[in-house]
Design a protein around this ligand. Structure first.
Ligand SMILES: NC(=O)c1ccc[n+]([C@@H]2O[C@H](COP(=O)([O-])OP(=O)(O)OC[C@H]3O[C@@H](n4cnc5c(N)ncnc54)[C@H](O)[C@@H]3O)[C@@H](O)[C@H]2O)c1
Length: 346
């Protein structure tokens, strides 16, 4: 099978490429290297079944050319990260809506099974505002804030991607799945765009204070990226999954304060944990969710399994990767330079 992965040089995309290549598939990554990088796929430079095209999903002809000959699409390319979304609202909206339109038009033209990445952000503040709601289920409500609050733009674009994907599925029978990822974490994720686990680990290893936004009592559920890519693969191989939306996550909430303490323990450091008001980090009027816990019933019923790797495993893997990266970037380590030309044609 030939897979096109948009956002294939990103965090989830690079792990998905590894997973699919290990199964004998061909992978063509399409990425503009905005938040992704050649570093994440450097180990695939000489792989005979892997290719990279550097391009933008808003450039439909380039995307069409790359999709030529592919059997399936996993659409991960998007403007991601709260920080980036607050700083570049136009780019976020355009990339996430126009890019998905292009992917779905191409999927329709060739009737390609396609998975579109969505996010737990689409649920917005549902857990805090809807009575008697303990977990977030795919058919449940979503509650977003005012359009003047930029962070909700990301959720809205991803919800629009879902609507469009489901519309192509029901109106034109294009096999489309929408997958709502909940805080997916693992090696290669960068903390540069506001992702909490890599940021905490980087701060702890550098001997700096761990910065917790707000009071730190807000909870999140973390999923190992290796679990997430296994689920993506399983969904795409399950006929009953097409035309539907799925949570990809774990229903085990951990407070951000506890997370910071675990990172401190597991890195063997005794750095201080510092609380910073949201306004200082993200500007006046920033809204966050207190809780975000997925209901995993639907996924488990559909593919017979769900993400299971524990937080300890996730943190162990992230810390090991961060340590190795620090060593590689030490002034004594040789600097390897890689360009996009180094990647073979699949
Ligand atoms: N990691 C998470 O916790 C999480 C949670 C919810 C949803 N998601 C979704 O999963 C997908 C992958 O996220 P990730 O965590 O791997 O982030 P990432 O930033 O590592 O991956 C996104 C990739 O898309 C590329 N990209 C961005 N704009 C592009 C454009 N216009 N054209 C081509 N490529 C472009 C980036 O360079 C990057 O490689 C995204 O759609 C994201 O919204 C991720």
């Amino acid at each position: 099978m030939r897979y096109l992965i948009t956002g294939g040089a990103g965090f989830i995309g690079s792990h998905l490429a590894d997973h699919l290549l290990a199964q004998g598939h061909h992978v063509h990554a399409f990425d503009n290297l905005s938040t992704g990088s050649l570093d994440t796929i450097a180990h695939l430079a000489d792989h005979e079944r892997f290719a990279l095209t550097v391009g933008d999903v808003c450039d439909k002809p380039a995307l069409e050319e790359t999709a030529d000959g592919c059997d399936r699409i996993v659409h991960l390319a998007a403007a991601v990260g709260v920080k980036r979304i607050l700083e570049h609202p136009v780019e976020t909206i355009t990339t996430n809506v126009r890019g998905t339109e292009h992917v779905l038009e191409i999927a329709h033209a060739h009737m390609l099974p396609t998975l579109v990445a969505s996010t737990s952000e689409v649920y917005g503040k549902a857990l805090e505002t809807v009575d008697d709601l303990d977990t977030l289920a795919e058919e449940g409500p979503w509650v977003l804030g005012a359009t003047s609050k930029r962070r909700w733009a990301y959720a809205c674009t991803k919800a629009m991607d879902e609507f469009l994907g489901l519309a192509y599925a029901s109106e034109y029978n294009v096999p489309v799945i929408a997958a709502r990822f909940f805080n997916t974490v693992g090696p290669r994720q960068t903390g540069q765009y506001g992702m909490v686990v890599p940021s905490f680990v980087k701060q702890a290893l550098a001997g700096e204070s761990i910065t917790v936004y707000g009071d730190g009592r807000q909870t999140r559920c973390f999923t190992h990226v290796l679990d997430a890519v296994e689920v993506v693969d399983a969904l795409m191989n399950t006929e009953a999954a097409y035309g539907d939306v799925f949570n990809i996550g774990q229903p085990n909430p951990v407070s951000i304060n506890t997370l910071a303490e675990r990172v401190r323990e597991m890195t063997g450091t005794d750095v201080p944990i510092e609380h910073v008001p949201y306004e200082e980090a993200y500007g006046e009027g920033f809204e966050d969710m207190r809780r975000r816990t997925p209901d995993m019933t639907k996924l488990e019923q559909t593919i017979g399994t769900r993400p299971e790797r524990a937080l300890e495993t996730i943190l162990n893997d992230v810390i090991a990767h961060a340590r190795e990266k620090r060593q590689r970037s030490s002034p004594q380590a040789p600097v390897a330079s890689l360009t996009a030309d180094a990647f073979n044609a699949a």
